[in-house]
Write a protein that binds this ligand. Structure first.
Ligand code: ADP
Ligand code: MG
Length: 481
């Protein structure tokens, strides 16, 4: 039987506010446990929550960025459940009337094709606290509760079940991650829990229109885990069904050490949560002026920029999507293009040498020791023939390790390409004269020997001979007599 996978994601992204969504306590990461939880976050009797306008503003920006309607009126609801890290016994969330309605984002797949994914809604809510499982001095275990996170503003972004492979799910999660950082509403820091993904997964026989029963894998905090967890879950569900069983709708946890998902609890239905409008909070009413102000400084969005790189600079969709993975990277690329008018060359260098170096050093583009102006300087020297592509890589490495800009490196290391045809002619003549055997082989039709001569010239010139000129001269010299 051929199976089709169906995936929908619920993404929780922490909004970049200074204080919590309903209190003035700080949201700064890394404070000692329970030093940033005030009476409101603890849900003490008699307190009243007050909505943080900045959280609303950031949610509005997101709505605009995915082309969704921002609700003129949305409502906070209490989601009731019992858990040690939830002091009030309920979480303030939005249920029937979320702040952001339906929208869409585009993902670019490995083959360069573009797929549109539906976003069902996005709503504001508060985060819960955190249970810390620790060892005590006697070697036993205990669990402590840290309520610093309680009341941290989250935007929960719910997708349509539009994804069909783990790779598509990762591409979508990356897309949302890119977007929230791009528009400055979240730092997206996955290690610190600022971006967490729940993956809903089901399978169905290929061709069936009805969806299969789904499970939900909670709290995935890396892109690799999202892919692996879904992959495991798909195989598990297929095994269950092919073994004659049926998939149970439940919440599962992914264990990266054993690379498997395990049941956590049976899935609650919405009515288990006894949602009702929070009587302590007024409905959120947003007027046009608020929206206009919130989106006034939105930058050009990544999809539009990607499309522009594709049409304006003639880059492939895939290259264009790599270059727009982050806003700083896209700006860096455009700065190089503006200085050189060489979009293809600039794209090759940024996606090639520069991306590899950033990766190796595990740093962001903002920390790159090679600035856009420096890379542009190097591209100028490739353009005017001072260095070959191969020498340029050496120049780049030298710039990367702090030896100065392209011109200083070329000067200091003597990397100027040899384009003096007189010098090349005599070098080649000497090499040809010194290798009569190979000359004979070449003339007898063994074309591969040509590469041997090129190699000799490069060795003799320490890689500095202009490759094109070497080819031309060699062809001529070897063909003569
Ligand atoms: P609930 O209210 O129970 O959380 P929702 O309808 O809000 O359920 O859906 C939650 C997420 O699950 C959404 O992202 C949705 O796209 C996804 N989803 C719903 N049904 C399926 C299914 N059969 N297979 C995979 N994902 C699904
Ligand atoms: Mg849901």
């Amino acid at each position: 039987m051929q199976w089709e996978t169906v995936i929908g994601l619920e993404i929780h992204t922490q909004l970049a506010t200074q204080s919590k969504i309903f209190s003035g306590a700080s949201t700064a990461f890394g404070a000692s446990p329970n030093t940033q939880a005030c009476a409101i976050d603890l849900g003490l009797p008699g307190v009243l929550p007050v909505l943080n306008a900045e959280a609303v503003r950031l949610a509005v920006r997101f709505g605009r960025a995915i082309g969704a309607e921002v609700a003129p009126r949305s409502v906070f609801a209490r989601k009731n459940y019992f858990y040690p890290d939830l002091p009030k016994g309920y979480q303030i969330s939005q249920y029937e009337l979320p702040i952001v309605g339906e929208g869409r984002v585009e993902i670019v797949l490995g083959d360069g094709s573009v797929k549109s994914i539906g976003v069902t809604r996005a709503h504001l809510e508060e985060d819960a606290g955190k249970s810390l499982h620790e060892e005590n001095l006697a070697g036993g275990g205990y669990t402590g509760i840290d309520l610093n996170r309680a009341g941290t503003p989250l935007l929960e972004i719910v997708s349509e079940p539009d994804m069909r492979t783990p790779q598509e799910a990762v591409a979508y999660a990356r897309k949302i991650h890119q977007l929230v950082r791009w528009i400055g509403i979240s730092d997206g820091n996955m290690q610190e829990g600022s971006f967490r993904v729940d993956a809903n997964v089901s399978v169905r026989p290929l061709g069936q229109t009805r969806f299969g029963t789904r499970t939900e894998i909670k709290n995935l905090n890396s892109f690799r885990f999202i892919e692996r967890a879904i992959q495991f879950e798909v195989e598990r569900q297929i095994d269950v069904i092919e073994g004659g069983g049926s998939v149970v709708q439940e919440t599962r946890l992914y264990d990266p050490e054993r690379d498997e998902t395990r049941p956590m609890r049976s899935k609650e239905e919405a009515n288990d949560y006894r949602y009702f409008p929070d009587p302590d909070l007024l409905p959120v009413e947003i007027d046009v002026a608020f929206i206009v102000e919130a989106v006034a400084d939105l930058p050009e969005l990544p999809d539009s920029m990607r499309e522009r790189f594709h049409t304006q600079y003639g880059l492939g969709e895939y290259d264009a999507s790599l270059l727009t993975a982050g806003r700083e990277l896209a700006q860096y690329f455009e700065a190089v293009v503006q200085a050189t008018a060489e979009p293809k060359l600039a794209a090759n260098w940024v996606n090639g040498e520069l991306a590899a170096a950033l990766n190796r050093s595990e740093i962001d583009i903002a920390q790159s020791p090679v600035s856009a102006a420096m890379l542009a300087g190097l591209i100028h020297r490739i353009q005017d023939g001072t260095v070959s592509g191969k020498l340029a890589k050496q120049v780049f490495e030298a710039m990367w390790s702090g030896e100065g800009d392209a011109d200083s490196v070329i000067q200091a290391r003597g990397l100027r390409q040899i384009t003096d045809s007189g010098a090349l002619e005599s070098m080649i003549a000497a090499i040809v004269a010194a290798n009569p055997g190979q000359v004979e082989q070449y003339r007898a039709g063994k074309d591969k020997v040509f590469g041997f001569f090129v190699g000799q010239v490069m060795k003799e010139s320490k890689g500095k001979a202009n490759p094109q000129q070497v080819n031309e001269i060699l062809m001529r010299v070897l063909a003569s007599d």
